[in-house]
Design a protein around this ligand. Structure first.
Ligand SMILES: [Zn+2]
Length: 373
């Protein structure tokens, strides 16, 4: 089996190198160049950078790597990872102790999503080392995932020659995420009436007080079994002696059910508008789409292949519906069925982020087996 030839030390080396290359959202070029250099050493591999930078504002496009197959009849597949890392992510120094990678503590590690990228680098060696018949394999390395799935949204779909694939971008191990919610942003401006706080407070309507009234009435947290909502940012006011005229409130609503998403949006809209009016102010609220929901059918070839792969390795695989949004939401929406695989990364989006080499290797075994089964 391909997976028998994985070299953990080589994989660990790629992972550490990747983590220590700075790549905040929209500034992924150093990682893209490192990968272009790596893949261009293998004969026959085609490395393309799409034109998405024109629309994302990143300093590179998405990187699409195509590894030609050696078996015309085999069904091709893609793997996807994002190249950007959530802040704080500048000057990452990797510590490897007792089989676990961590940052030195003042940044994230960046295993989200560089564990996946390192696995695909190792996979590339495996594909070239033997004579196993192989399908066409593509890697899609995106930009700006953490700041709004920007690379996936603006991906040049024409460059993708295969019908489905797997995103290596989740916590846990031996799992496949087949469902994830849709999300919208909440963006509201509450307007009251400014007045001097000491001279004529009777003439003022405080937008901050309105904001308190409104947010205390909104359905927040886990709204129902399929829906969550959050207000995450409040900005407003001008000075300590001025009754505040405007407050901007931003948040999000997610739901696995489009009907419940629409219902929750309507409750938010009415709460903002009605309560503002009741207290003598007004509110304008928008719900810009963030990403669409995804739900891959368990009978779909992308899920069946994952089950075969797990079976070949003698493992069971957990198929789960999760609460996050990722590039896979966009790919599924664009007609590229995508299942998200856990890589073993832990405490992601925090400076405690860590990942065990044994879990990276375990994921690499699944990825290598997916190619051939
Ligand atoms: Zn991620």
């Amino acid at each position: 089996m391909l997976s028998d030839r994985i070299q953990p030390e080589r994989l660990a080396g790629y992972f550490k190198t990747l983590c220590e290359i700075d790549s905040p959202g929209l500034l992924e070029k150093p990682v893209a160049e490192y990968l272009q250099c790596f893949f261009s050493k293998f004969p026959g591999i085609v490395v393309e950078v799409d034109d998405s930078a024109l629309r994302t504002g990143a300093n590179t496009g998405n990187l699409i790597v195509t590894i030609p197959g050696r078996d015309e009849g085999a069904t091709g597949l893609f793997f996807n990872c994002h190249m950007d890392v959530i802040p704080p992510c500048i000057g990452v120094q990797v510590d490897y102790t007792d089989g676990v990678f961590r940052s030195k503590g003042d940044t994230v590690l960046g295993g989200d999503d560089k564990a996946g990228i390192a696995i695909l680098m190792e996979l590339t060696h495996l594909l070239f080392e033997g004579q196993t018949p192989l399908p066409l394999v593509q890697f899609i390395f995106t930009v700006g995932e953490e700041i709004g799935l920007l690379g996936a949204e603006h991906l040049d779909r024409e460059l993708i020659q295969v019908g489905y694939g797997y995103a290596l971008d989740s916590t846990g191990i031996d799992n496949g995420i087949i469902g994830a919610p849709a999300a919208v942003y909440v963006d509201a401006v509450i307007t009251g009436r400014a007045a001097h706080a000491g001279l004529n407070p009777e003439d003022g309507v405080s937008a901050i007080v309105l904001c308190g009234e409104i947010t205390s009435q909104l359905p927040l947290g886990r709204v129902d079994s399929e829906t969550t909502a959050n207000i995450g940012l409040v900005e407003g006011g001008a000075a300590t002696n001025i009754i505040p005229e405007t407050v901007r409130v931003r948040g999000e609503i997610r739901s696995h059910c489009s009907r419940k998403l629409a219902q929750t949006i309507e409750v938010f809209r009415r709460t903002f508008e009605d309560l503002s009016a009741k207290y003598g102010g007004r509110a304008e609220v928008d719900f810009p789409p963030q990403y669409p929901a995804m739900l891959v059918d368990e009978s779909a070839p992308v899920v069946q292949r994952l089950k075969r792969s797990a079976g070949a390795l003698g493992r069971s695989i957990d198929l789960i519906v999760a609460g996050g949004g990722s590039d896979a939401n966009i790919f599924n929406f664009k007609g590229l069925p995508t299942v998200i695989l856990g890589t073993g990364m832990t405490d992601v989006h925090s400076n405690n982020e860590n990942i065990a080499l044994s879990d990276i290797v375990r994921t690499a075994e699944m990825v290598a087996t997916l190619v051939t089964c």
